[in-house]
Ligand binder design. Structure first.
Ligand code: PFF
Length: 447
């Protein structure tokens, strides 16, 4: 086996890990979930969970990955041989599989919009007509499956080529460009007539709307946007040179994520209120709202196309990480196996994702637990699988890793103060498990 691949630069790792984190979660899922959960209070609870649980967990995954230097399953095996802990990695693979099966559907929606925008099919529509166009697009079975396939195909092609060549290079230009475009968009959105109502919807917490379900969803959202609980970050940090500061990387990823969530909220809600749209519209929210904001910009269609390209890229870099974690376990560093299994797993995910792709059309009445297949997969991943994965990772650290070795690992390449390390350890050992269990029991009505 050749030497283990590594990221070619520090920036490469941060961008790839940030690429995994920043994606549909911040840009698509946050606005619609916040919209359904009353806005400001949800946002605030989400930030609290991100700082109290997400950031420590991200750091936990980084330290497992870099200590073990292996894939999502073998990392646990190396640190805790002859135990069942590697099932945490297997659970991550299953989570990733289900996640990509519906994530690719939304990725496909972006592809479809991009095609429509480029071919002029979206010129001169009213805000209502955008909604109708989008509804017609996602309810068309052949089209939904086709664009989902295109999205998965792009993911497979990159993951099959391997970590370094595939993922790292493009992130360096696309991510900053996405930020920039978002800022332009926000400036336009917050200066719309009636924007203030949307801004206060997002930034003024109304705790009367908070239920145990809101809290669970805010927690799930914080795991989802940071890609924690799946061991994706274990996998990514295993490719990382030893001299890179893990705390600094984690903090910058969290900061970027919160920033982009805020930008997404500030782009969407002012427009929702200004155009009299429905904040609780669900997964279609972003796709109904954004074209109307771009419409208000000079050269709006050009900006919209640029946005869709960058948005697609952000979704793809997250999708790469989902397929990567599964493939890296099976390929074990062998290039030929990586190629083959990227195709096999990617196509299997595509097939399993077809019912999700049809959930807004022919399968819209097919409900399991009162949800469409798409909604159920989305709900199960964010609110069940990610919390369970995160809980297990939080338990793994104090049970199976030496505190002194963890401190050494986190101190490499950084000037981490002992006090901060102790704070992190406390959050992982006590706060994370208790909080996750409490939130889950609360929603089950047990406490
Ligand atoms: N963080 C990604 C997003 O916000 O779009 C989604 C994600 C990717 C979640 C990878 C989990 C994961 F393992």
């Amino acid at each position: 086996m050749s030497q283990r691949e590594q990221w070619s630069s520090k920036l490469g790792f941060i961008l790839a890990a940030a690429g995994s984190a920043i994606g549909l979660g911040a840009i698509w899922k946050f606005p619609y979930t916040a919209g359904q959960n009353g806005g400001g209070a949800f946002f605030l609870i989400f930030i609290l969970f991100t700082l109290l649980l997400g950031l420590p967990l991200l750091l936990a995954e980084f330290s497992i990955g870099r200590t073990a230097q292996s894939n999502a399953v073998d990392s646990y095996r190396r640190i805790a041989p002859n135990s069942k802990w590697h099932w945490v990695g297997i659970l991550g693979m299953v989570t990733s599989f289900i996640l990509l099966s519906f994530y690719s559907v939304v990725g496909g929606w972006i592809v479809a919009y991009l095609y429509k925008a480029v071919t002029g099919g979206m010129n001169g529509l009213t805000s209502e007509q955008y909604g109708e166009l989008f509804g017609a697009t996602i309810s068309n079975p052949g089209l939904s499956i086709f664009v989902q396939f295109i999205f998965i195909l792009m993911t497979i092609l990159v993951v099959a080529r391997g970590v370094q060549n595939g993922i790292e290079r493009a992130s360096k230009i696309m991510m900053p460009a996405l930020f920039l475009l978002f800022i332009i968009l926000v400036i336009r959105a917050v200066t719309l007539d009636g924007a203030m109502e949307g801004i206060s919807f997002l930034l003024q917490p109304d705790f009367s709307k908070v239920t145990s379900q809101t809290i669970l969803e805010a927690m799930g959202q914080s795991f989802f946007t940071l890609s924690v609980g799946v061991s994706v970050m274990v996998t990514y940090s295993s490719y990382l040179p030893k001299n890179q500061s893990l705390p600094r990387s984690a903090i910058s990823i969290v900061a970027m994520n919160i920033f982009i969530v805020l930008l997404a909220g500030l782009a969407v809600f002012p427009a929702v209120f200004s155009f009299g749209l429905e904040p609780g519209a669900g997964p279609v929210l972003l796709f109904n709202v954004l074209p109307t904001v771009f419409d208000q910009l000079p050269f709006g269609m050009l900006f919209f196309i640029a946005f869709l390209v960058l948005f697609l890229f952000a979704a793809l870099t997250s999708a790469f990480s989902m397929l990567e974690i599964i493939v890296s376990v099976i390929a074990k560093g062998d290039q030929a196996r990586r190629k083959k299994w990227s195709w096999i797993i990617g196509l299997a995910i595509f097939v399993c994702g077809i019912p999700s792709a049809l959930s807004y059309g022919v399968l819209s009445d097919f409900l399991l637990f009162g949800k469409t297949v798409f909604d159920l997969a989305d709900y199960a991943v964010s609110n069940v699988l990610l919390p369970i994965g995160s809980l297990l990772i939080a338990l793994f650290i104090p049970i199976k890793m030496k505190k002194s070795a963890l401190y050494e690992e986190l101190k490499r390449g950084s000037r981490l103060k002992k006090g901060l390390f102790e704070l992190w350890y406390f959050l992982i050992k006590f706060v994370a498990p208790l909080l996750i269990i409490a939130v889950m029991l609360d929603v089950l009505g047990v406490i």
